[in-house]
Design a binder for this molecule. Structure first.
Ligand SMILES: Nc1nc2c(ncn2[C@@H]2O[C@H](COP(=O)(O)OP(=O)(O)O)[C@@H](O)[C@H]2O)c(=O)[nH]1
Ligand SMILES: [Mg+2]
Length: 273
């Protein structure tokens, strides 16, 4: 299976994002905490044009927090900061506002010297389905940005005021443009960042089994009463085909859903770390 994961509308979104980025003081880069490094665009520096970046490892509730700590540290630098959170829980605004202000110290100082309190503009970027709109809603507490549990729900850019002197812009997801890197594509497919409709779910679920067995041996067996293959999962779940035999496709969908909803536990599914 070759995943074609940079369709036309993504290219358009990326071009539009580049234009919006010019207006922003700081980038909020939302990464899915179950696979944070796979969510990073290698062209990031070029895209952000050296603007400060706040990495937000979102969906931390579904990830392996022990492993996250290490990633948080690795993503901090002179011009970047990193936190992890669960955007569906209230209370993100305080921490995000204070980190944004710290990252924009020099702009604040420059303006305050002239007696002006500047408006700070933060643009929210990230792969589809990582929780950008959920985070923006959390920040403006009004449920304005449209969210949904599938890629491609946010179609155009949206600016909101969050607290005093800070504005946030929600953007449609932009995928990693390195179309050659199938390992990253696969990982993004596991976490639901690529539409299942364009994927072979049986193949994807088989790949997920391999990844899970490598990173978290025993998790699958424990969840599905000793089953380790899709056929065995189908047997355990009694997913039968009308003409006889076991329904592997149904087992595949069930495995992917169980993983994505955290029913297999809080897991970090990236192979590189
Ligand atoms: N468990 C969990 N689910 C989340 C979190 N943030 C977002 N979601 C869910 O992820 C799905 C995609 O969110 P959305 O904000 O539309 O993603 P976007 O495409 O990046 O804007 C929705 O079903 C959200 O409810 C989180 O921190 N934890
Ligand atoms: Mg969205």
């Amino acid at each position: 299976m070759k995943i074609n994961w940079f369709p036309g509308h993504m290219k358009k979104a990326l071009d539009e994002l580049k234009r919006e980025l010019d207006k922003a003081d700081v980038v909020i880069y939302v990464l899915d905490a179950r696979a944070p490094m796979s969510c990073i665009n290698p062209e990031l520096d070029k895209l952000t044009n050296s603007k400060p970046v706040l990495f937000v490892l979102n969906k931390a509730d579904l990830s392996d927090v022990d492993k996250l700590e290490q990633i948080v540290e690795s993503l901090k630098s002179k011009d970047s900061d990193c936190i992890y959170l669960n955007a569906t829980e209230s209370g993100a605004m305080g921490v995000i506002n204070s980190r944004i202000k710290a990252l924009c110290k020099s702009k604040i100082k420059r303006f305050e010297e002239k007696g002006i309190k500047p408006v700070l503009r933060a643009i929210v970027v990230g792969v589809p389905n990582c929780g950008k709109s959920t985070l923006v809603n959390n920040l403006c507490k009004k449920g304005k940005a449209v969210t949904g549990d599938k890629p491609g729900v946010t179609k155009g850019k949206q600016w909101f005021t969050i607290g005093q002197n800070v504005e946030v812009c929600d953007t449609p997801g932009t995928l990693y443009p390195d179309i050659e890197n199938q390992e990253v594509a696969k990982t993004l497919a596991f976490i639901g960042s690529i539409k299942d409709e364009i994927l072979d779910v049986v193949e994807l679920a088989n790949e997920l089994l391999v990844r899970l067995n490598k990173l978290y041996p025993g998790v699958v067996k424990e969840k599905y009463k000793g089953a380790t293959t899709l056929e065995e999962i189908a047997r355990v779940r009694a997913f039968l085909l009308p003409g006889g035999g076991f329904d592997e496709e149904r087992a595949a969908k069930s495995l992917l859903t169980d993983f994505r909803t955290g029913k297999l536990g809080s897991l970090l599914i990236e192979d590189k770390i």
